[in-house]
Design a protein around this ligand. Structure first.
Ligand code: NAD
Length: 423
């Protein structure tokens, strides 16, 4: 499978443009790639929508079809040619629309920060999307634009409840598992929360999926914290041993292991994405939001947890969604049982610099930055990894290119948060 977005199984319909030279290439790609892909049975649906009249070169013009019947009179008269199998085919097409129900997608935690952006992407690409979320940290306002859409279903439910989980997973073809408690600091006060929300919830989901025939793959949003304090930076996917220093990192690593074990024991496939710090609108936690809130309360003084030298990679949400979309497409078109990718920006930024950027974006000068000094050598809290940078060579090879570096991602997020009054 190539890297061209149009050659992917998700088939973004709006990439197929009428009267564009690219169109010929796209359709040829789409058809030839589809024949062997997981959505091959749906090739007829695609052809239904694009082909009105087929003319096989060298033969007589046939008012025929490869897919379903469409009246030639509906055609707008645009002629396209492409290679299909070993034949050169010309066809007349009307407005090109790719069928809606290409994939039934389940997004757990889809009302949260990352989940709701992923939902936006899949809904805009015309898929059928179900969200299950217990709204413990997410909000209906994040997905409100889709609530009345017939391709969208919201289930208010908790993955800790096996029955609800089973119901939500019914018919799902591709599962994005994002529901979790992502707050590292919770581990200091109540490790039980990570055990329940991350491990138990993932176990219940895997139990629901293990004999579910429609499920093609589970995509899991893991985290850079599974590496613990890696001695190799940027840290590649095959770095080891992984020694997490937080219960968050430990339980996410446990979730990865469960997914891997289920993939090998049952007929499941798993894509694991280890994310750096993700920033952007709708973010529920994180340092940028924390600083904006604090500076709103007191524009003269900003308390910074730790010694300010914590240095990590920050990735803008749009770049992440592109990466998820790309890797999921690629994963669906390969046969690997398990695949792991790091997802992060190419560089890192210190907490002290983030404080300056946020102050600049709020047009504040003379802010007194007060460092708490932190614990265990300047960390913000116990379990906080001080330095993080992921190697993304593997992902870059797939054609992914992030638009923003860490500082730009932070600045863009601060800029968008500053305008929000509801923080
Ligand atoms: P978020 O809290 O905004 O989203 C998580 C969603 O899951 C929330 O809507 C919450 O209500 C829901 N949820 C929690 N427990 C649930 C349960 N038991 N049943 C059903 N729903 C439940 O967090 P996010 O930042 O969007 O993170 C999404 C995923 O990405 C998480 O798995 C997180 O571990 C991972 N991740 C996030 C980051 C980041 O920087 N945001 C970095 C690395 C990994």
């Amino acid at each position: 499978m190539g890297n061209n977005a149009c050659s992917h199984p998700f088939l973004p319909g709006n990439n197929v443009r009428r009267n564009s030279p690219l169109c010929l290439h796209n359709i040829a790609n789409v058809l030839s790639e589809l024949r062997d892909s997981v959505v091959a049975p749906r090739i007829d649906c695609l052809l239904d929508s694009v082909i009105h009249r087929v003319n096989v070169r060298g033969g007589s013009e046939e008012e025929t079809r490869i897919g379903g019947a469409v009246e030639p009179s509906e055609s707008d008269g645009n002629l396209y040619g492409f290679i299909y199998g070993d034949r050169y085919v010309e066809c007349l097409m009307a407005n090109v629309t790719v069928r809606h129900d290409l994939l039934k997608v389940l997004v757990t935690g889809g009302a949260g920060f990352i989940g709701s952006h992923l939902v936006d992407r899949f809904m805009k690409e015309n898929h059928v999307v179900t969200v299950v979320d217990n709204l413990s940290n997410g909000s209906l306002s994040n997905i409100e634009s889709w609530l009345d859409n017939e391709r969208f279903k919201f289930i208010e439910g908790d993955l800790k409840d096996p029955q609800k989980t089973k119901k939500a997973a019914e018919d799902a073809e591709l599962v994005f598992h994002l529901a979790a408690n992502p707050e590292v600091r919770v581990g200091e006060t109540d490790p039980h929360i990570h055990f329940e929300e991350n491990l138990v919830a993932t176990f219940n989901l895997l139990e629901a999926l293990k004999r579910q025939r429609s499920a093609k793959a589970i995509v899991f949003t893991s985290t850079s914290t599974v590496y613990g304090e890696a001695t190799l930076l940027p840290t590649p996917e095959d770095y080891g041993p992984s020694i997490p220093i937080s219960t968050y990192g430990a339980t996410k690593l446990g979730c990865e292991a469960l997914i891997e074990a289920y993939a090998h024991t049952f007929d499941l496939r798993g894509l694991v994405l280890r994310l750096a710090n993700i920033v952007g609108p709708r973010g529920t936690t994180g340092v940028v939001k924390d600083f904006v809130k604090k500076l709103r309360r007191n524009p003269k003084r900003l308390e910074i947890l730790g010694d300010g030298s914590q240095k990590k990679s920050y990735l803008y949400i749009d770049d992440l969604i592109d990466a998820i979309y790309l890797t999921a497409n690629e994963f669906l078109s390969c046969n690997d049982r398990i695949k792991v990718y790091n997802v992060g920006s190419p560089d890192s930024v210190t907490v002290a610099r983030i404080a300056e950027i946020v102050a600049e974006e709020m047009s504040l000068s003379d802010v007194d930055f007060v460092f708490t000094g932190g614990v265990n050598g300047g960390r913000g809290w116990r379990g906080d990894v001080k330095t993080m940078l992921l190697s993304t060579k593997k992902l870059l090879k797939q054609g992914w290119r992030p638009r923003y570096r860490s500082e730009e991602a932070v600045r863009l997020t601060a800029e968008k948060l500053v305008d929000r009054l509801d923080l």
